[in-house]
Design a protein around this ligand. Sequence first.
Ligand code: PAF
Length: 173
Amino acid sequence: MHTLIARNLKTLKKNLSSQRFRNKKTGLVPTMGAIHEGHLALVNKSIKLCEATIVTIFVNPIQFNNKEDLKNYPTALANDIEILTKRKVDLIFIPNIRDMYPQDFSTYIHLDKFSDILCGKNRKGHFSGVATVVMKLLSLIQPKCAFFGEKDYQQLIIIKKLVRDFNLNIRIH
Ligand code: PAF
């Protein structure tokens, strides 16, 4: 089956309600694009463990404490789509900024623990931005499983805690 691409919330919702995803064990691989072997290992795992796999590509501005880093973040959208299509992922969600953060957006996840140590020490607000966008993606897509790399180990721990603290019925791999 060909890979679907959703570039806005309306298309995402329409696709998610179709036979291809309804009542299926869906796996989510959130990314900021510039797809590399690490992402593909997560994609392969999702394809193996789940009935449908969704990859999101969104460079999340609120997790960049340094605006220069955001400006210089690599993008390779056409290449990413080609690679993910070859891997036969079911859907690529590439939201636009206003879908994710409408002008009146005002609710952020505040982390009480783990965010001000290690990597978070010098990246104020970074993990709050990560937790907020991941929470949004999880609630939009409502997957059964979500996959995160161990390279960002602190992020992985924070996301596992987020899922526990908010009683989300999602397995984090
Ligand atoms: O690890 C990343 O690429 C990002 O932090 C994530 C989880 C996609 C959230 O923007």
